[in-house]
Design a protein around this ligand. Structure first.
Ligand SMILES: *[C@@H]1O[C@H](CO)[C@@H](O)[C@H](O)[C@H]1NC(C)=O
Ligand SMILES: *[C@@H]1O[C@H](CO)[C@@H](O)[C@H](O)[C@H]1NC(C)=O
Ligand SMILES: *[C@@H]1O[C@H](CO)[C@@H](O)[C@H](O)[C@H]1NC(C)=O
Ligand SMILES: *[C@@H]1O[C@H](CO)[C@@H](O)[C@H](O)[C@H]1NC(C)=O
Length: 443
């Protein structure tokens, strides 16, 4: 841990035991946050223990903990290549390619169409590799005959490089970006790299949460990229966010009072790994993979943070989930999302947010009218991050010719993380994605 984080660590250590207790005691939370009132019930707990009893391959369960994207794919029997992508502004990104799969080998004369997978805020490419078999979107797409590219946003542990040796992780300037830069710099660099490798002008795109935000930024700001996206699948697109995280909105809405303090405090770098670590009291990936913890504090932590979806959770995977959510990102990206929530608009980062009096200009907003790539939007009825009413607003701003399908996932409690984590993600979401790609329904 960096020395600048010492004060935070001290503060959190003081509060951690109380916080921990709060996650263990359902009652307090139910009163304070009716929004996320449900925690693990006796029924859920029984289901959790049952899932551990039913684990088919306990060895694999432990083997997968702590593995990186490439190590995990290799362990699961898939080929993988790392490609370094350099952006216009000098960041070096780790792009992971699954060129073929054991179920879909390379056949002379058959072209595999490329697909890019883009993760959410404070996450990384492992998001798409959390589950097994057909619930693992990256492997499912490789098995279905696609050439899969797993992206990693600047600043996460796979994408830490920069061409300028002074731009190290300890340099504040390195962290001076939000999803805006990811949209206008990272995505074009990734798209050009994929075209260089595959000689394909256009490709598919699947973005979860911020992975959808970044694409919306790109297609609005650099409309020439619309023809490069054959079809995009936006899973819980974080675009309009006025109703997001209602329980935290009093804090979020005071963003203009602490914006600079927040950035200063973290020196631009938000190390997401720290919080679950303090709450769980140890490395969450390991501890939360143990039955006793998974069926107690860890699933409570999961439900509290991401919303309740008992019927769709695989408790045995919570440890690995907490390895990916949350990870390091820039504090500016988080603040930018706070601004979207506060303003209920989809605009660029506002540096003058602190002192509106002095701010002559307000930041320009993204023009979603520029989008003409075919889009499919998927959303969950119980998502507390990207709420149904905000999705409706997003849909109303996207040109009708571009929006091909607007799909409410057919599951009672479907939450934000279910797009990567639900037991039935394959049936509920991925099947439609693969069908549309295989049939080239829209492009
Ligand atoms: C890509 O970058 C990583 C980390 O910066 C480095 O270790 C690796 O050698 C690079 N790979 C290639 C093919 O350049
Ligand atoms: C949960 O994940 C494990 C792998 O860790 C898998 O073996 C098991 O079938 C899954 N359980 C359910 C109920 O989906
Ligand atoms: C989730 O579903 C439950 C039960 O239907 C409901 O009480 C709760 O308000 C929902 N939460 C959100 C964020 O939609
Ligand atoms: C095309 O889509 C339909 C459903 O819309 C599906 O049943 C069929 O399997 C798809 N075709 C291919 C080749 O995947």
């Amino acid at each position: 841990m960096r020395p600048t984080l010492l004060p935070l660590q001290v503060l959190l250590s003081i509060f951690a035991p109380t916080l921990r207790q709060r996650f263990e005691e359902n009652a307090i939370w139910e009163k304070e946050y009716p929004e996320i009132s449900r925690a693990i019930s006796p029924n859920d707990r029984r289901e959790c223990h049952q899932q551990f009893k039913d684990l088919k391959d306990p060895q694999l369960h432990w083997d997968l903990i702590g593995l990186t994207i490439d190590q995990r794919l290799i362990r699961l029997g898939y080929p993988v290549e790392r490609i370094n992508v350099t952006t216009e502004d000098g960041y070096i990104l780790g792009l992971y390619r699954i060129p073929f799969s054991p179920k879909s080998p390379i056949v002379e004369g058959i072209v595999k169409k490329a697909v890019i997978l883009y993760h959410g805020l404070m996450a990384n490419g492992l998001s798409f590799l959390l589950q097994d078999g057909s619930r693992n979107l990256a492997m499912l797409l490789a098995d279905s005959g696609f050439d899969v590219y797993i992206a990693n946003a600047r600043g996460n542990s796979y994408s830490e490089g920069h061409v300028n040796p002074d731009m190290t992780l300890d340099n504040w300037e390195y962290w001076d970006f939000s999803f805006h830069e990811v949209g206008i710099f990272d995505l074009p660099a990734i798209i050009e790299t994929v075209t260089d490798i595959t000689k394909q002008e256009s490709m598919y795109y699947v973005g979860h949460s911020m992975g959808s935000t970044t694409l919306a930024v790109l297609l609005s700001e650099r409309p020439e990229y619309n023809r490069r996206i054959a079809t995009a699948f936006l899973l819980a697109p974080a675009i309009f966010l006025g109703h997001s995280w209602l329980y935290a909105q009093p804090f979020i809405k005071s963003v203009n009072y602490y914006q600079y303090t927040f950035n200063n405090f973290f020196a631009g770098r938000l190390e997401g790994e720290i919080l679950p670590e303090l709450l769980v009291g140890s490395v969450p990936a390991t501890r939360c993979s143990i039955e006793e913890y998974a069926c107690g504090i860890c699933s409570n932590l999961f439900f509290r943070q991401f919303g309740y979806d008992g019927p769709q959770i695989n408790y045995t995977k919570i440890g690995q989930f907490l390895e990916v959510y949350p990870v390091t990102s820039s504090s500016k990206a988080m603040l930018h999302f706070f601004q979207l929530i506060k303003t209920n608009k989809f605009c660029q980062y506002d540096d003058g947010f602190n002192e509106p009096r002095y701010s002559q200009r307000s930041p320009s907003c993204y023009n979603l009218e520029n989008i003409f790539s075919p889009l499919l939007i998927f959303w969950g009825s119980n998502d507390s991050t990207v709420k149904p009413q905000d999705v409706a607003k997003t849909v109303s701003h996207i040109p009708k010719t571009a929006l091909k399908e607007n799909i409410k996932v057919d599951s009672k409690y479907f939450i934000h993380m279910d797009f990567v984590f639900a037991k039935d993600a394959d049936i509920l979401v991925y099947k439609r994605i693969v069908d549309v790609m295989l049939n080239a329904t829209y492009g």
